[in-house]
Design a protein around this ligand. Structure first.
Ligand code: FAD
Ligand code: SF4
Length: 509
């Protein structure tokens, strides 16, 4: 009697629920590198290397700990190319009588796994992924009966439950949220930390780098200068480095953008959290300890912890609650194809060029670059949210659908009609000008509102409000913009529409 435990590439946690309680003497662990998973969207090549190298190191750790691991490599000659195919072969090879796995992190695979028991003729047990602080039942219980699922209230509940930054029943410092203090334009200068900690590839990772270069010669993104952590020890070192070097300044420039500094004070820990090398509570515990030791200000610790126990858990709850069709929502009926420059970075808009350029180089852009530059442009230009969703799902090292889709479909594109965010994150060029140093080096003029040479974000902004004026008029957070537009009068509105159309044509869209 052999049990087969399937461990997926984002389940690289020693205590993962599928392994817990299993007897190593009668268990085979299956890990499989398959083309299907590497190609269902156009993944950044560094992301593929990260996942495969981390899988190989994790498998070696399991073997050292006494588990029998059956590891299928991408270049094995008889690799079937799909997880289902590899599972079927492994069940036969090992004469397995039962299969266990921790639930996959996206609907696509979950629905596929639902069919495996019938296809394989053995029972398949899918166990809950308890590497999150809120289970599906916890989120349901919180959401039940609420008119709006606002993150802030979920976050407060998570603070109470975890006790993080709490003084008895009250939030540390007397306030739950210090976001208002985290919106300063970036200062820059010589005080920026060396971030993130760099990990030179070892022999295992170098082998994966060669494999990916060979198998994905035309793939998205640069492969050189790979520096991600691929083991738990390295990820822990990255966490310690972040807490020492960057966390003290995390709050202040959280929303800022600098052309010469792709990371500022950001953690760059999401890839490790999302594949399981780090767990949310240990990361937040380290941040809280630094605050309690007086090493970092409260606005930094609170800002960080809110992202992890608040946003990260909350978007996961929304993703599973809303079902597989969530990624197809398109409340604003946006249909424009994704501009080609999202794949190449070849555009004269300095902000887009910087955000996409560093994405190509590093498989990383921080939150405000994703939300207020690439996301904002797509929103204003009316890009199809599903095409954009597939882009975000591919190009970032931390992209997994449970976390990417609500951020894209909900927060960034308002395509769920306001379920996740109370207003669309639409802004003209002046927001980017205030929060970054991009505009100084741009071919367009951020101070000019219309006509050739004007900032495209300015030219598109009022047309966006105009297109959706009827919907936004009843949104308390958008009504002011609609009233301003109405005061402009019909002639001016016609001009704005014509100028936006000209702008899109000049951009080749
Ligand atoms: P920091 O700014 O240092 O934040 C600390 C941690 O908080 C992150 O590591 C992350 O785990 C968590 N976090 C912060 N913001 C969010 C958020 N909005 N949702 C969930 N967790 C958050 N995050 C992903 O992990 N994967 C994605 O695929 C992803 N896609 C996104 C797509 C769009 C359009 C937008 C607007 C945001 C997306 N985010 C995604 C959220 C956020 O941009 C990243 O988590 C963050 O940039 C990761 O970098 P960091 O570790 O330096 O984060
Ligand atoms: Fe971006 Fe407009 Fe500034 Fe250019 S001028 S960098 S397009 S916001």
């Amino acid at each position: 009697m052999t049990d087969l435990v399937l461990i997926l590439g984002d389940q690289l946690t020693a205590g993962v629920s599928s392994l817990r309680g299993r007897d190593p003497a009668r268990t085979v662990v299956l890990m499989a590198e398959v083309m299907g998973e590497a190609t269902y969207v156009r993944h950044h090549r560094k992301k593929i290397v990260l996942v495969l190298a981390a899988m190989r190191h994790f498998a070696a750790g399991l073997t050292a700990a006494g588990w029998r691991v059956d590891f299928i490599r991408l270049d094995d000659r008889d690799n079937t190319g799909t997880l289902g195919g590899e599972l079927e072969r492994a069940v036969r090879r090992h004469g397995a009588s039962a299969v266990y796995l921790t639930e996959p992190g996206e609907w696509r695979l979950k629905l596929e796994a639902d069919g495996w028991a019938a296809a394989l003729g053995v029972p398949v047990t899918v166990v809950e992924d308890d590497r999150f602080l809120a289970s599906h039942a916890d989120f349901e219980a919180w959401a039940e009966g609420r008119k709006a699922l606002r993150m802030e209230f979920f976050y407060r509940e998570m603070r109470r439950r975890t006790g993080l930054l709490m003084e008895g029943e009250a939030p540390a410092g007397g306030r739950w949220n210090y976001d208002a203090e985290n919106r300063a334009p970036p200062a820059g200068g010589p005080f920026l930390p060396e971030q993130p900690l760099r990990h030179d590839p070892d022999a295992v990772t170098r082998e994966v780098l060669e494999l990916v270069a060979k198998r994905f010669p035309e793939g998205f993104g640069r492969l050189d200068d790979f520096r991600f952590a691929v083991t738990r020890e390295q990820a822990l070192a990255s966490l310690a480095h972040f807490v020492d070097a960057a966390l003290p300044g995390f709050g202040d420039d959280q929303d800022g953008m600098l052309a010469a500094s792709p990371y500022l004070h950001h953690a760059v820990l999401s890839p490790y959290l999302n594949i399981g090398l780090l767990e949310p509570l240990e990361v937040c515990g380290a941040v809280e300890a630094a605050w309690r030791a007086g090493k970092v200000p409260l606005n930094a610790a609170e800002g960080f912890i809110r992202q992890v126990i608040g946003w990260r858990e909350y978007v996961r709850g929304v993703y599973w609650r809303e079902g597989p069709s969530y990624v197809l929502r398109n409340a604003l009926e946006a249909r424009r194809p994704l501009p080609e420059f999202y794949w190449t970075g070849k555009t004269d808009m300095a902000c887009m060029k910087a955000a996409i350029g560093q994405t190509l180089d590093l498989a990383y852009a921080h939150h405000i670059q994703r939300l207020m530059v690439t996301g904002n442009f797509a929103l204003l230009a009316g890009v199809d949210p599903h095409a954009l969703h597939e882009w975000y799902l591919g190009v970032y090292a931390d992209a997994f659908e449970w976390v990417e889709a609500p951020n894209t479909i909900g927060m960034s594109q308002y395509a769920d009609g306001g379920l996740l965010g109370s207003k669309p994150y639409a802004a003209s060029g002046s927001y980017i000008h205030r929060m970054s140093d991009y505009c100084g080096g741009c071919a367009y003029d951020v101070k000019v509102r219309s006509g050739p040479g004007a900032c495209p974000f300015n030219r598109l902004y009022w047309d966006f409000i105009d297109r959706h004026a009827a919907r936004f008029a009843s949104n308390p957070r958008m009504a002011q913009s609609v009233r301003t537009l109405e005061r402009m009068g019909e002639d001016r509105r016609r001009e704005l529409r014509a100028d936006a159309a000209a702008c899109l044509a000049e951009l080749g869209l």
